[in-house]
Ligand binder design. Structure first.
Ligand code: SF4
Length: 694
């Protein structure tokens, strides 16, 4: 893809980076993409964009793209280029051999949040109907699985409650564990517009993120809590609301389960949840916590936005439920300007969850044990489905190391780089007999693969993405797949080679099947998406134009349910050997593990991950700006360059994780959320020492 003058035609499609889901006009000359222009009619972005969606698309034709299927019998063998037929037949014969030898449950699949809804739907269908088990999981396991769990428990639906535009009606915005100006930039700009109009901002984050000091939009309160204490903070906020008479009793009485509320009120009202007790736990003055609770509860429309700083903890699900509790107790849910808003990281992480990528849920978040639902899918797919949940990704690794899990189909997900405790992941992959990786690049996971299937970028296929506001938007093909097949076609080929018949001519037929089987999607089709521009689910007979705001009259589960959120400190403790707490985040110009953005000119803005360290901690270790420092944890060690900064508090260090050389996941531990196994990326006890000066 090169800059090459005036375009001849354009195609409207959707950005494949973050969960904002900006709409773009891909301008073409011949079969070459000339530029990406933000679409002024885009319903998520209204003509705005950031430096990723606008400029970082050159990776699509980067020389590193692998465009030929490849196989090798042993990891020590060189890759051998083969035809598609040969590659999928080899993968299918290995899957069959392994299931015959080790049993039906010895293989599984991982769907990708970078791929379309239609593609993730097909992968989970292949696992359930073709493999005959429920061993399917998705990268949401390592990011927003606690959102799925926590919001389902409290509100009844595993999704955010609002449109992005809703923030323009907010009077108070509480941002917790999120950095929207870097990670969700177009929404971050919209939020700053609202703040400049007078909305008031509370930031709860260990780090002094840009929003804290943003000109004309600065935070009124920044609660710089210690990493790992979100639940303590949320309980202290709830304590103030309950003990100072700030409960919206009319809302609670009308909309929530009375017994659950009474139990929760008694719990958060306990003296041990007072800010004077939990403030020192969080490292935040009690008066700041009281001020934040009063502002959130009494400042008018109050909206909460949160990110991975909430979910990627050993109590990630508990914190999500704590956030929902706060919204319910103050009546800040069910209308414009309020709500509970998870800022989803990847372009289609909402969609991959919606499409049944979890081992316990069929599309539409319906539990696999539900006989009636299972029967519906059995009728449609012509198979018998297993009623018990399958393996989550970490369970697949454990089973591989235990010798019972032997083969994996991994689509568009670099688990060897993005999952925690890299040494553990690579040992598990090495123990498998057949790993099939489908990706656009020969990624880190492919080092352990026996079959490589060329993936297709978002420019090379039709489909849909679903963004953080449940907005389903069209992805339109701009160029032919460089490897000859779109990802959905590769899955179809693999299914057919396995003997499970799939027969789709176009992704629109897959969406039609999804709509037939998923009550929240029944009115979704490509024709309706073209007519509306996009649609927010639920989109069905009750809401034919979609649902921008959820839970208006009643919650998806009927009455809202307050959940108890006892604070359990993380097992990841500082001590004399590891006295600092490491937390992680992202930067504007780069994206996740950087597989795409590192292969674009965006490296001009950011070409390495650095370790932020407070001047006090730097000085006591003899560390200066730019020094190379060793970072060691109980899991491993790595080397980074230091950035001495007051953005982090003493005792806390911070890094981004966009470059594999930085080895951020070499040092993160195996701790994970109690409910979902989401890794505790955000809290690692470390020590830092100067290695050498440049
Ligand atoms: Fe929009 Fe996110 Fe893409 Fe930036 S990365 S253009 S904010 S969807």
């Amino acid at each position: 893809v090169v800059e090459m003058g005036q375009p001849e035609r354009s195609v409207i499609t959707t950005c494949a980076y973050c969960g904002v889901g900006c709409s773009f006009r891909a301008e073409m000359k011949g079969d070459q993409l000339v530029r990406m222009v933000p679409d002024k009619n885009g319903q998520a972005n209204h003509g705005h964009s950031c430096v990723k969606g606008r400029f970082a698309w050159g990776y699509a034709t980067h020389p590193d793209r692998i465009t030929k299927p490849m196989i090798r019998k042993h990891l020590s063998d060189p890759w051998q280029e083969v035809s598609w037929d040969e590659a999928v037949n080899y993968a299918a014969s290995e899957f069959r051999r392994i299931q015959l030898k080790y049993g039906r449950d010895s293989i599984g699949g991982i769907t990708s949040s970078r791929c379309t809804n239609e593609e993730t739907y097909l992968v989970q269908k292949l696992v359930r109907a073709g493999f005959g088990n429920n061993n399917v999981d998705t990268c949401a396991r390592v990011c927003h699985s606690p959102t799925g769990y926590g919001l389902k428990q409290t509100l009844g639906e595993s999704a955010g409650t609002q449109s992005f535009d809703s923030v323009m009606q907010a009077d108070v915005v509480l941002v917790i564990g999120a950095n929207p100006t870097d990670a969700h930039p177009v929404f971050g700009s919209q939020l700053k517009r609202r703040l400049r109009q007078g909305a008031r901002l509370i930031v709860i984050d260990p780090r002094r993120i840009d929003l804290v000091d943003s000109p004309h939009a600065r935070a009124e309160l920044h609660l710089a809590l210690r990493p790992g204490t979100n639940v303590a903070m949320l309980n202290a906020l709830a304590h103030v609301i309950v003990s100072e008479g700030l409960v919206n009793q009319d809302f609670v009485d009308a909309r929530c389960e009375a017994a659950d509320f009474a139990r929760w009120r008694d719990f958060v009202g306990l003296p041990e949840n007072a800010p004077e007790v939990l403030g020192p736990v969080c490292g935040v003055p009690a008066e700041q916590i009281r001020a934040a609770a009063r502002l959130y509860a009494t400042g008018g429309n109050a909206a909460i936005y949160y990110g991975l700083g909430v979910t990627e903890h050993s109590q990630g699900s508990t914190a999500v439920m704590g956030i929902a509790n706060l919204a319910m107790v103050t009546g800040n849910i069910g209308r414009e300007g309020v709500g509970v808003n998870p800022l989803r990281g990847q372009n289609n992480v909402q969609g991959s969850c919606d499409m049944g990528s979890f081992p316990h849920e069929l599309p539409g978040y319906r539990h696999i044990s539900n006989e009636a639902v299972r029967h519906q899918f059995e009728q449609a797919w012509g198979v018998t489905l297993q009623p018990d949940p399958g393996l989550r990704i970490p369970n697949m690794f454990e089973a591989a190391l235990g010798g019972t899990f032997k083969a994996l189909y991994c689509q568009g997900e670099d688990i060897a780089q993005s999952d925690p405790n890299t040494q553990h992941v690579t040992a598990a992959l090495s123990a498998m007999e057949c790993v099939v990786v489908q990706d656009i690049f020969l990624n880190e996971t492919a080092k352990f693969a026996h079959v490589f299937l060329p993936g297709s970028s978002f420019l090379e296929k039709d489909g849909t993405f679903t963004n953080a506001e449940r907005r389903i938007s069209r992805v339109r093909k701009v160029m032919d797949p460089l490897g000859g097949k779109a990802d959905w076609e590769a899955t179809v080929a693999l299914a057919n080679a396995l003997g499970y018949r799939m027969d789709y001519k176009h992704p629109s037929e897959i969406m039609d099947e999804i709509a037939r089987l998923t009550p929240t999607f029944t009115r979704v089709s490509y024709a309706e998406l073209d007519r509306h521009g996009s649609l927010q689910w639920p989109c069905n007979d009750a809401a034919p134009d979609g649902t921008p705001t959820m839970h208006i009259e009643e919650f998806a589960r009927g009455k809202g349910r307050f959940m108890l959120t006892g604070y359990v400190p993380t097992e990841e403790k500082v001590n004399n050997r590891y006295p600092l707490l490491l937390t992680t985040g992202r930067i504007l110009s780069q994206y996740n593990v950087g597989a795409q953005t590192r292969r674009t000119d965006n490296v001009a803005w950011h070409d390495e991950d650095r370790l932020e360290i407070h001047p006090t901690d730097a000085e006591s270790r003899g560390i200066s700006e730019g020094d190379w420092v060793g970072v060691g944890s109980r899991a491993g060690q790595t080397v980074l360059r230091a950035r001495v900064s007051e953005r982090v508090a003493p005792g806390v260090v911070y890094t981004t994780f966009h470059f594999p050389e930085s080895g951020a996941n070499v040092i993160t531990t195996d701790n994970s959320d109690w409910a979902t196994n989401c890794p505790e990326y955000k809290v690692t006890a470390v020590e830092v020492a100067r290695v050498y000066q440049p």
